[in-house]
Design a protein. Structure first.
Length: 397
């Protein structure tokens, strides 16, 4: 007997949808008939297929459509729209793609938090992270962001001394705390994969303690080079009903690392860091010649503005967690100022420079329109193809 279901993919490239009617029947073979009809800039594709274990493709002079067991790819030119978008996840039911921030089952309002602390030894760091998770639960925070390399501390010697087993055990303790308090967390760590390669990484932990995914730092700085290799992809994850992406410290200086996941559907960006100045030292660290308080304030304003720019230039929310500054050891840590920034670039909450604290905010994802990002794909603009090519490097989960 036939088992029918209706699927819809939303392509963030041009904000329209592809509705797919797939009628499936058990069997080893597959036959496909596809009709593509342009309607007001949309394409309605009707698929009649048998089984799901083989791929198929359809194309004509104006459209091409390919579906495989791992996803779908659409290209169309219609009414001055030239669109090329790819999804790497399975097709979903009529509710919509899990990467569409506006679909009905995506959470529109969520409380997020960003914590900062002065890095210490690994066990002390883990204990501090768990305390923040417990505090986040008490405040009703659903997703908590921690700094870059929060588990071992962003310190070259500490990271090189930490064994893969120690890092794995520490991560498990944090996962257990997330499950106990039903709080999702994004935690910086040094991650060793099965092949023994080490990355400066963000571990995404769901509210039941599961690892949702990992985003590795893409753009390294000299203090990373002795222990980390660069990541190889940009990821969009689905966490607590929200499509998210993550950048790590130096990544923020490369705006495309935010623009691309936003074009792929992300509406909430998490930015973890242990920021330093161009000499790889914390901004509050003494220098020769010494900085005046006014100079330090101006330098801090630049770091604040960079994150605000990532939010407003894409019209998405950004949550930042940065290591706090250390008054007693000014060469350790960073300069704090963890924050939550709305899609207009306004700061909704911000921490101090040296304080160990957590900031929180209720955010409304309906405000994250991604309007400025999506304009990049308009065929009217010369770099539209550049951005479409870049989307091939985004992995959507």
């Amino acid at each position: 007997m036939f088992q029918g279901h209706v699927c819809k993919l939303r392509w963030p490239a041009f904000g329209r949808s592809v509705r797919m009617l797939a009628t499936q029947i058990s069997g080893a073979s597959r036959q496909v008939a596809v009709t593509a009809i342009p309607i007001s800039g949309s394409i309605i594709a009707t698929l009649m297929a048998f089984s799901t274990n083989k791929s198929f493709a359809y194309c004509d002079a104006r459209h091409s459509f390919k579906v495989g067991t791992s996803g779908a790819r659409l290209r169309t030119t219609h009414n001055d729209l030239d669109v090329d978008a790819q999804q790497t996840s399975q097709l979903t039911e009529l509710r919509g793609s899990p990467h569409d921030a506006q679909r009905s089952d995506v959470v529109q309002k969520i409380k997020v938090g960003a914590a900062q602390f002065q890095p210490k030894v690994l066990q002390d760091n883990v204990s501090q992270i768990i305390r923040f998770i417990k505090e986040a639960a008490a405040q009703g925070i659903e997703v908590l962001l921690l700094p870059e390399a929060a588990i071992p501390g962003y310190d070259e010697d500490a990271i090189l001394e930490a064994t893969p087993q120690q890092l794995t055990e520490a991560e498990q303790m944090i996962r257990d705390a997330c499950a106990e308090h039903h709080v999702a967390a994004i935690v910086g760590t040094a991650y060793h994969d099965a092949a023994g390669r080490c990355y400066n990484s963000a571990t995404v932990i769901g509210p039941t303690g599961e690892v949702v995914g990992r985003q590795h730092k893409l753009q390294l700085v000299p203090p990373d080079e002795s222990w980390s290799r660069p990541g190889e992809a940009v990821h969009v994850f689905h966490l607590c009903g929200v499509p998210i992406a993550i950048i790590i410290c130096h990544d923020k200086r490369y705006p495309e690392l935010v623009r691309l996941p936003v074009l792929a559907g992300a509406r909430l960006i998490f930015y973890m860091a242990c920021e330093s100045w161009h000499d790889d030292l914390p901004l509050p660290c003494p220098r020769e010649p010494a900085w005046s308080p006014e100079r330090l304030g101006l330098e801090l304003a630049v770091y604040r503005a960079q994150v605000q720019a990532r939010a407003v230039e894409n019209r998405v929310w950004v949550v930042k967690s940065n290591s706090a500054g250390c008054i007693s050891e000014p060469t350790r840590g960073s300069h704090g100022m963890s924050s939550i920034i709305d899609p207009t670039g306004m700061i909704r909450a911000e921490a101090g420079v040296f304080t160990e604290e957590m900031v929180a905010c209720h955010i409304d994802l309906s405000e994250a329109t991604a309007a400025y990002a999506e304009k990049s794909l308009s065929s009217r603009y010369a770099l539209a193809e550049f951005w479409r090519t870049g989307l091939k490097h985004v992995v959507v989960h």
